[in-house]
Write a protein that binds this ligand. Sequence first.
Ligand code: MG
Length: 496
Amino acid sequence: MRTFDQFLEKARELTDIRSALSVLAWDQETKMPPKAAGHRARQRATLAAIYHRKLVSREVYELLESLEQESLDEFEASSVRELRREHAKADRVPTELVQEITEVGSLAYERWVEARERSDYGIFEPWLARMMELKSREADYLQTVETRYEALLDEYEPGMSEQSLDEIFGEVRPQLTNLLRRIEESAVSKTIRPIRGDFPFKRQENLGREVLTRIGFDWDAGRLDRSPHPFCVGLSPLDVRITTRYNVNDFTGSLFGMIHEAGHALYEQGLDSARYGYPACDSVSLGIHESQSRLWENQIGRSASFWKYWFPRLPQFFPKALSNLTLDEFLLSVNQVRASLIRVEADEVTYGLHIIMRYELEKALFSGNVSTKDLPSCWNDTMDEYLGVRPANDRDGILQDTHWSQGLIGYFPTYLLGNLYAAQFLVAARKALPDLDAQIEAGTFSSLREWLREQIHRYGRQYPASELVQRVTGEPLRARYFLEYLEEKYCKLYQI
Ligand code: MG
């Protein structure tokens, strides 16, 4: 027996445990009765501890050591590299610290929920300070990269440097601000009518299922359910679950949400199912994952080509509503740009500004340049500076996102990276598929989906994100493709 096969047996056990943990998490968000919460927390903690013990075991360590000698193919070698990375990280941070972060995370989350309900940051502040202190210690243990912030960033976007982010975001920010100002001053922006009507949720679901089937979601290897916060979870490439939520007065939120999650799902379903259990059979980074959801949701789903096909079909789903809207009015409505307070409701143009300010603030917080006490006023000043709007209360400002309460520092940048990767990938896709727009106008998406599968999905973690982008597009990640996409689309839409 090859050493690699012994290694694979261990790796598969780890994958199975992780997958079981994900089933428990999915169930908790979609089906679990509320009284089960306490027992479920125990069940998850038990499995997580078993996972951790197996990961840092002597056996795994020795297998990793002896694999240095064995000749491996590229996918095997990258699987060894990935598990070695995870093993080293888990080994470096003391188990007690990991447990403390998890515990404080769930307590801080509860305080955050309460603080948000009462719009009172003071309730949450001591817990955020505690979490920052713990994450700071974690970064000290992890530090193998240039900066302490990068040690945390590495968890979500392996290999990305703080310096690259500074450069890319530094280029993006002034251009977004400029485009926003021009759109806000345009005559067209004053004419936009919101979509309001009566859209029974079952009909919204039918529309969503039809669109998802068209873009290639495999219903025999996935499900759609409802949950308060939409998400996608891959239990294996043959079992990928997505969720959505419905607003009966506006169907577009649930539809774009479903397309977004289906973009994530196509990535998970596109991994090589024959390699289930290989550590490299997994998504490469959160930024690349988000690129797949943003590409489908925004670049395809909010495009004129897409709606040329779908708009005339809307009356099949909603016979009474929408009869007073033209296609052009509808397109403007689903691409309305305006400075607003809430990140998750932001449009494609302002979204990046919400992210860049969080990136700047979490770095300042983490490095001690801003204290948790001063954070709300810094938040409000930055919001004012970047977007020209100022929250009137904590709920619509500093307390709107849950990430920091759970110790997710270095996570926000991946959302904007997703937009940048998506734009650069789609430029490459268009070169390979010159009639792509004509296909989309005809309601056909298979060649784009297959291109993404061939170029990106099937590789899993075989290449790090930076190398993958270079291979697919012939260049490193550049902001210009995203900026050019926005400029072209929005100048046309708003006639500026
Ligand atoms: Mg997403």
